[in-house]
Design a protein around this ligand. Structure first.
Ligand code: HEC
Ligand code: HEC
Length: 352
């Protein structure tokens, strides 16, 4: 008995020594005798950066639909369902065409130069408070969804390490290598004037004249209320139905740009990826002859769904929620005002 116990104990000791010598790197021999060389595994855990040329990307893939679900569960609480952001959390989608304006909206879509940064950032730092909890495939799917919510890919898009370099962010070209050494340094290296530099000093404007101090809020509110009151007083009984205003129709034409890749309306409109929309207002669903509708649409036609304001608005705001399994690959309008304007445009352009 004793002998057996003695033997197994020494075996244990033996294996313990073995484990130690395998996993712990030798202590630093040079320098101050502090610390030790990092293990390859330790370096690998830190070395997770992904470069614009794709170096560092792990193998994996994920599609927009999977990404949307992951996004809703992990990200939308702060960044909004479509990346529009809740409250003051960062906006992730949109902002195109605003970079030259006074109030640029710098998002992943409008501003970031490289998709690799998006992958790296999400993988490294998000979800905020639970960083590095996502698998590589989940990160691919979420990045695919971020591309989709920026209108850069279609909803059947799948991102993987293989097609990663094929997708480009629109603002890439506006970034360039740091050239300050050649461009700026010479400007600031010239001898600087320290005395009597400007011939005469003139006052060009005064703060009071420039109106830099905003009026107090209460004054503003009172003025606004007055305007509303005046408007109310001058408003007569509403005129008989005269149809949508030209402004609304124009706004609708603009908003209809989100639909044009699939739908035509107006003279000569034909079916494309989606049915032509002439006469759609107050028509029974699945109205276009010769268009192959989904079974979901055949069903609502049989049920007698009529495209009145309410039905159109509900469908356009949330196509998949309103009509499950329908095939319109459009995620929905963000703003009910756009639905109203588009309906006005469809009525004006496509007849009623
Ligand atoms: C609890 C709130 C919260 C959640 C949940 C969250 N984020 Fe963030 N996100 C932030 C904050 C805060 C920042 C800015 C961090 C900073 O600047 O240091 C940020 C920044 C980002 C950015 C960079 C935005 C920019 O333009 O600088 C991206 C991309 C991003 N998050 C993606 C995600 C993704 C993907 C998820 C889900 C997997 C997610 N976030 C979940 C709060 C959140
Ligand atoms: C990616 C293509 C695509 C985009 C973008 C798109 N649609 Fe559609 N739309 C479709 C398809 C496809 C259908 C038919 C769906 C089916 O059969 O399930 C459809 C159906 C419709 C219908 C019902 C037509 C009928 O005959 O009953 C309306 C109305 C409509 N879309 C309006 C719009 C509007 C307005 C927009 C823009 C805000 C828009 N769609 C954006 C593809 C698209």
């Amino acid at each position: 008995m004793n002998k057996v116990i003695g033997l197994s104990a020494s075996l244990l000791m033996g294996s313990a020594t073995f484990v130690l010598s395998e996993n712990v790197a030798p202590s630093q021999d040079g320098g101050y005798g502090l610390g030790r060389t990092a293990l390859p595994e330790e370096i690998a855990a830190w070395d997770i950066d992904v470069r614009p040329d794709g170096l560092g990307l792990p193998a994996g893939s994920g599609d927009v639909f999977t990404g949307e679900e992951l996004w809703i569960d992990n990200c939308s609480a702060c960044h909004g369902d479509f990346g529009e952001a809740r409250g003051r959390w960062p906006v992730i989608a949109g902002g195109f065409g605003t970079l030259h304006g006074e109030d640029p909206n710098k998002t992943v879509g409008s501003y970031w130069p490289y998709l690799s940064t998006v992958w790296d950032y999400v993988h490294r730092a998000m979800p905020y408070g639970n960083a590095q909890s996502l698998s590589n495939d989940e990160v691919y799917a979420i990045v695919a969804y971020i591309m989709y919510s920026n209108d850069l890919v279609d909803d059947d898009f799948e991102l993987s390490n293989e097609n990663f370099l094929d997708v480009r962010l629109p603002n890439e070209e506006n970034f360039f290598m740091d050239d300050r050494a050649e461009v700026e340094l010479p400007m600031f290296s010239e001898a600087v004037c320290m005395e009597n530099c400007v011939e005469s000093v003139e006052i060009t404007a005064r703060a009071a004249v420039l109106d830099v101090t905003p009026e107090t809020e209460t004054e503003g509110d009172a003025a606004a209320a007055e305007v509303i009151e005046v408007a109310a007083a001058t408003e007569e009984a509403p005129p008989a139905e005269i149809g949508p205003s030209p402004e609304l129709v124009a706004a609708g034409e603009e908003a209809f740009r989100a639909c044009r890749s699939c739908h035509q309306v107006g003279e000569g409109a034909r079916n494309g990826a989606g049915p032509q929309l002439n006469g759609i207002y107050m028509a029974t669903a699945a109205h276009a002859e010769g268009f192959r509708y989904s079974p979901a649409f055949e069903q609502v036609r049989a049920d007698g769904l009529v495209w009145d304001d309410e039905a159109l608005t509900a469908y356009l705001m949330d196509p998949r929620g309103y009509l499950p399994n329908n095939r319109m690959a459009f995620r929905g309008l963000r703003d009910a005002a756009d639905a109203e304007a588009i309906i006005a445009y469809l009525r004006a352009e496509g007849g009623e």
